[in-house]
Design a protein around this ligand. Structure first.
Ligand code: NAP
Ligand code: MG
Length: 528
């Protein structure tokens, strides 16, 4: 592997050969839907009665894959297998561990259309969104592999010295941990967290979201097939409240890496802090949670660029990204002009089954999300003015969970739809008196994940740089689409534990530093 990291390019589907290859992958995957899959524990495939089915959000009658719903005992067995594997895996050299990631990335790259096609069916991603996610998964593996080599061996450059002593500082791995991932980025987030943990010498039990186990399984299979030692990566499907909770509470769990909603994350934080009988460490938690992200449109912004940025931020993957811009905070001087342009652009978005490449807005992930978002749309109708979308625009008689991109205007900054994460294609437009007011409104939620500012003023951009309280700030561009290794990703406040995925210090969450000081005497001097 070369030491320089480069992001994986996205596929250009305007090139007919690429489009054809993707259509072929969709056809191939279509023929494989509905199969039963095993758990992966200690390198073995464990087949059991399927207890959960993943279905297509565009057509819930279409089963994508059937999986066992593991109970507490099976979850504990997986964690114990991971703990046994840790004994040997933690002694495998860092370059060798890194090699597994690079080899996996190469295989993921080779199978990129097939893996993306699974996500089109399983979670309703558009071609471009699915392809971009495969690229992100590759990026994370390649980036963490290289970063591990930097952290391998003595890190003595920053240490002082004491005459007559040999001092050393280096990183060691933690143990067996748990990775709990959401359905909205089944590849990039599951294998981002798991790759970081594994390359740092830890072993993991992965608990995929129940909406996306099939997408996760196919990459886990690649790792197994490349000869990853048994027990290093275990995959246990089942309900979050059951199997997830057992794994978090197990006394031998050393760390929990979780990406998902704030409520579940807060519960995991509390349960992981609770000491269990026999537990001999404080569990680490790395939590990446939700957001209620604002895009500020300043009075002197390029309004066309701002409209493009807001539309991409709000409606990419149906607004189901933690980074989605779900509040547009607009200076009152340009509010009316902005809103006219915005409505026009939103009307151009095509809602439908994302198997069709012309579709920009697919379904939301499941019935619960569909019902929750509809309820927020009803709330929005009371709290603001419906500008475009709403359920009366929903496609008639469709089985899928389709919600038209919906925009409310004149929303109060304290309104429910301006404060709670909706996780669907719903945008609240808020009028600000001036830039000060816009910044205050943007900062006035419990979250602090992403934010964007459209402005031509250097002074205002610099103020945002300092005062916009978010982990990921974007100036004159959309709030979504962080590139790993370029825009390290993670939020402030209730958006998480301030960890930055795809950033230079992310692996440190999965390592602990050891300091060794040795008094030197002639008889025991170390060679070299
Ligand atoms: P979720 O409902 O919180 O679920 C996330 C994972 O936690 C799933 O695997 C789920 O399993 C599991 N789980 C549920 N209850 C649990 C419990 N009591 N103990 C342990 N595990 C439990 O989130 P989601 O709907 O999948 O994902 C959407 C959320 O993720 C949004 O809030 C979004 O903002 C956030 N997100 C954040 C980031 C970030 O980087 N900050 C990135 C992506 C998404 P089941 O599926 O079986 O319920
Ligand atoms: Mg599904």
């Amino acid at each position: 592997m070369t030491r320089t990291f480069e992001n994986e390019p996205e596929t250009d589907f305007t090139v007919e050969a690429n489009a054809r290859a993707f259509r072929d992958a969709l056809t191939q995957v279509r023929g494989e839907l509905g199969r039963s899959y095993p758990l992966i524990i200690d390198g073995e495939e464990i087949h059991a009665e399927p207890g959960l089915s993943s279905v297509s959000p565009a057509d819930p009658d279409l089963v994508i894959g059937r999986f066992p719903a593991a109970g507490a005992e099976t979850a504990a067995r997986a964690l114990e297998a991971a703990e046994r594997a840790f004994e040997t895996w933690s002694r495998v050299s860092a370059p060798e561990r890194a090699h597994y990631l690079v080899a996996t990335a190469a295989e993921v790259r080779r199978q990129r259309h097939r893996l993306a096609a699974w996500m089109v069916y399983e979670v309703g991603k558009s071609w471009g969104e699915a392809d971009g996610e495969v690229a992100e998964c590759v990026d994370l593996m390649e980036y963490y592999a290289r970063r591990m080599l930097d952290l391998d061996g003595p890190q003595n450059d920053t240490l002082g010295s004491v005459p007559g002593e040999d001092n050393e500082f280096f990183y060691v791995s933690l143990g067996a941990g748990v990775v709990i991932s959401p359905w909205n980025f089944p590849l990039a987030l599951t294998f981002g967290m798991a790759s970081a943990a594994m390359v740092a010498g830890n072993t993991v039990v992965v608990k995929p979201a129940s909406n996306s186990p099939t997408s996760v399984y196919h990459v886990a299979r690649i790792l197994q097939d490349l000869g990853l030692p048994p027990g290093v990566l275990n995959v246990v499907t089942g309900r979050g409240e059951a199997v997830g909770q057992t794994l978090v509470e197990h006394p031998r769990t050393r760390f929990v890496a979780f990406t998902g909603s704030m409520d579940v994350g807060v519960g995991i934080h509390a349960r992981a802090a609770q000491l269990q009988p026999g537990q001999v460490w404080l569990k680490r938690t790395v939590l990446e949670l939700g957001g209620k992200n604002a895009v500020i449109v300043d009075a002197d912004a390029d309004l066309d660029a701002a409209v493009d940025g807001v539309v991409a931020s709000a409606f990419g993957f149906q607004g189901q990204k933690c980074s989605a811009g779900s509040r547009a905070v607009i200076d009152q001087r340009v509010y009316d002009d902005f809103v006219v342009k915005l409505i026009e652009r939103v009307r151009e978005l095509k809602v439908g089954d994302p198997v069709d490449p012309a579709v920009t807005v697919g379904p939301v992930v499941d019935e619960r999300a569909y019902r929750d978002i509809r309820r927020y749309i009803e709330t929005g109708a009371r709290e603001g003015t419906l500008l475009v979308g709403g359920m009366s625009d929903a496609p008639e008689g469709d089985k899928g969970y389709f919600i038209p991109p919906t925009v409310f205007g004149d929303v109060d900054p304290k309104a429910i739809i301006a404060q709670e994460e909706i996780f669907g294609p719903v945008l609240a437009c808020i009028k600000a008196k001036d830039f000060d007011d816009a910044l205050a409104i943007a900062n006035d939620t419990k979250y602090g994940l992403t934010g964007a500012v459209f402005s031509r003023s250097r002074t205002k951009l610099e103020r945002a740089r300092r005062e916009f309280q978010v982990g990921n700030l974007y100036l004159n561009r959309k709030s979504t689409g962080a590139l790993m290794g370029v825009h390290p990703f993670g939020g402030f406040k209730m958006s998480g534990t301030d960890s930055k995925a795809g950033g230079p210090d992310y692996l440190l969450h999965f390592l602990q530093g050891k300091s060794v000081g040795e008094r030197l005497s002639n008889s025991t001097a170390r060679p070299g």
